[in-house]
Design a protein around this ligand. Structure first.
Ligand SMILES: Cc1cc2nc3c(=O)[nH]c(=O)nc-3n(C[C@H](O)[C@H](O)[C@H](O)COP(=O)(O)OP(=O)(O)OC[C@H]3O[C@@H](n4cnc5c(N)ncnc54)[C@H](O)[C@@H]3O)c2cc1C
Length: 392
């Protein structure tokens, strides 16, 4: 089999790239190791920056987004049992939209199917070879038969546990990594959200977040120890802790309901530099991971894909490799801005387990008061939260 761009991974990055390339008349094949239903049901990100929703609309994926996306003009910070609103739209002119990552993936799969796009799910033994030469290949076992896909280029969109990153030789790339001493316990609850806007709470017991998925489903998170097993967190303990950390003195109440799903995710910052080697280009979580506090992971993945799709279009239309050669450099400024903002939000809102004398907690409270009192500080948070566009 032969194609122009071989794509490893059918997450939002890989599917969006395939969709955008198709719109430019460029052929691609997507190879995914998981089943289609697994990929469509994986609960992950849910907050889209305006740049992300603008792109989805421009490429024909705006209909369901307009019908089901919840547009937010502000975000709430809660500490000392009081709530403070950051008016995102008033400060930046932009909005953010709550629209689950599964819906983005469903919309993309439907668009690829409608265009007869080739997406192989359930692929076994996926491997990549020859990225430093002129004819890279993707090999896999598909429906029990070995398949070799010859490509002009390969896009590694295979997430943080993928195989493509390892194709960049050790001496050629640097991996920057930072582990945080906490994790997020995330739950999906069948209960109407108790808030119209996301609530980020700082509490002596740790961070909590009340997010939303739809008018009927809430997404909630608690800071927990990364080594803690999920069995330590029966449903009622989760609700009790959410009630404590999100509690206020103004009469606000948190409605409880059945938990549909729960899981613990460790928090890391990772950046691979450069994000390319020969004819291989990494995008999304395959190249970088941010802690989820700033809600940046999916948005940075989409931003990578926009740059990469335009670079491929320039190559196939004009034979010009400049934009492909400059891909990594064009992405990394935004990647590091997202890393810094996510680090800043994370360290402002989480209780450090080593902070036994509570010095850090005092500094965090001071920073939270500053961010909610000073218009300049609030604007800094707002312009990063809605998606700061770095100059190139
Ligand atoms: C539990 C969790 C919660 C998150 N919450 C948020 C959030 O609230 N906000 C936010 O912005 N971001 C969040 N993120 C991050 C966000 O989901 C990711 O940034 C986003 O999924 C990146 O998309 P991607 O396509 O690059 O990678 P992925 O979505 O990881 O997709 C990669 C795909 O490649 C496939 N793959 C892997 N290895 C292979 C292989 N060898 N061969 C073939 N296919 C392969 C995988 O099965 C997967 O389908 C969260 C992530 C996790 C894990």
């Amino acid at each position: 089999m032969r194609t122009q761009v071989g794509i490893v991974g059918a997450g939002p990055a890989g599917l969006l790239l395939s969709h955008l390339l198709h719109q430019q008349g460029i052929a691609s094949v997507v190879v995914e190791r998981r089943s289609e239903s697994y990929v469509q049901q994986r609960v992950r990100a849910g907050l889209l920056e305006q740049g992300t929703t603008d792109l989805l609309r421009q490429c024909g994926l705006g209909e369901r987004l307009a019908a089901e996306g919840l547009v937010h003009e502000g975000v709430l910070l809660r500490f000392d049992r009081c709530t403070h609103r950051i008016p995102l739209t008033e400060l930046t002119g932009k909005t953010v939209t709550v629209y689950g990552q599964q819906k983005v993936v469903e919309d993309l799969i439907a668009a690829r199917r409608a265009a007869d796009g080739t997406v192989f799910f359930d692929a076994d033994e996926v491997s990549v070879a020859g990225v430093a030469g002129d004819r890279p290949v993707i090999r896999a076992v598909i429906e029990g038969r070995p398949v070799e896909i010859e490509c002009d280029f390969i896009a590694g969109c295979d997430g943080s546990h993928g195989i493509c990153r390892d194709q960049i030789p050790a001496g050629v790339h640097t991996q920057f990594e930072h582990d945080y001493p906490f994790a997020w316990l995330g739950v999906l609850a069948k209960v109407a959200p108790s808030t119209d806007e996301l609530i980020y709470a700082f509490h002596g017991n740790g961070f909590a977040l009340h997010s939303l998925r739809s008018p009927e489903v809430s997404r909630l998170y608690l800071q927990v120890d990364p080594s803690e097993p999920i069995e330590n967190w029966p449903d009622q303990r989760i609700w009790d802790e959410l009630q404590t950390r999100l509690g206020t003195d103004d009469g606000w109440t948190l409605a409880e309901g059945p938990l549909l799903e729960k899981g613990i995710t460790a928090m890391r910052s990772v950046v691979t530099e450069p994000m390319q080697h020969g004819r291989l280009f990494l995008a999304g979580d395959a190249a970088h991971i941010v802690p989820p506090t700033g809600a940046k992971g999916l948005n940075v993945a989409v931003a990578d894909i926009k740059v990469l799709a335009e670079a491929f279009a320039s190559w196939y239309a004009h034979g010009n490799r400049d934009r492909l050669d400059g891909y990594s450099q064009a992405c990394l400024r935004r990647v590091w801005r997202a890393q810094d903002f996510s680090y800043w939000m994370t360290t402002m809102l989480h209780r450090d387990p080593d902070d036994t004398d509570e010095v850090l907690a005092r500094l965090q409270l001071s920073r939270l008061r500053y961010v909610t009192e000073s218009p300049a500080a609030a604007r800094t948070l707002a312009e990063n939260y809605v998606g700061y566009t770095t100059s190139t």
